[in-house]
Design a protein around this ligand. Structure first.
Ligand SMILES: [Mg+2]
Ligand SMILES: [Zn+2]
Length: 178
């Protein structure tokens, strides 16, 4: 099984320092949905793992988050793409949960759900905590320079073996060429 784990904000859609709180605020990054569609058509399963502390912060509720994801899925379907499942951490930074990245809980849940060895799974993110969680879980970390990516690159703290690309479209180009 070819499976990829994607962060959402800053990888698939524009991130916002004030959070993505409504379907209207969810805006795809150029080329990202087309890139997911190319993966779908090449037989990849695409899974999202996303910190959504806006839930714990009371900025939006689960119904709104579902509406945001419905918008994403509709736009993706129109391009022939599909997200297999969406894992979220609803907790805040002080909740000390196991799922909020940089902790690896969501990735480990994905491994159990799909019965897959994470060594074969690339995980794409724009923030250091995505890469740290991926590394901790045993995935291959990929940094995109969209979203917070440039800041993350400048931090100089990338986990060993992290690969870097401009954006999701460029990563998919590389995978499908290989
Ligand atoms: Mg992000
Ligand atoms: Zn959590």
């Amino acid at each position: 099984m070819k499976l990829v784990i994607l962060d959402r904000d800053g990888v698939i859609n524009h991130d916002s320092p004030s959070f993505v709180k409504s379907p209207a605020e969810w805006v795809a990054l150029p080329g990202s949905l087309e890139a997911i569609a190319r993966l779908s058509q090449a037989g990849w399963r695409v899974v999202i793992a996303s910190n959504q502390s806006g839930l714990a912060r009371g900025l939006f509720n689960m119904e709104t988050l579902n509406a945001i994801h419905a918008k994403m899925r509709i736009e993706l379907t129109q391009l022939g793409g599909h997200v297999d499942s969406i894992f979220i951490c609803p907790h805040g930074p002080d909740d000390n949960c196991q799922c909020r990245k940089p902790r690896p809980g969501m990735y480990l849940d994905i491994a159990r759900r799909y019965d897959i060895d994470l060594k074969s799974v690339p995980a794409v993110g724009d923030s250091l905590r995505d890469l740290q969680a991926a590394h901790e879980a045993g995935c291959a970390p990929w940094l995109v320079l969209s979203g917070n990516g440039l800041k993350t690159l400048d931090s100089g703290e990338l986990p060993p073996g992290t690969q870097v690309a401009d954006d999701l479209a460029q990563i998919v180009d590389r995978w499908l060429e290989a």
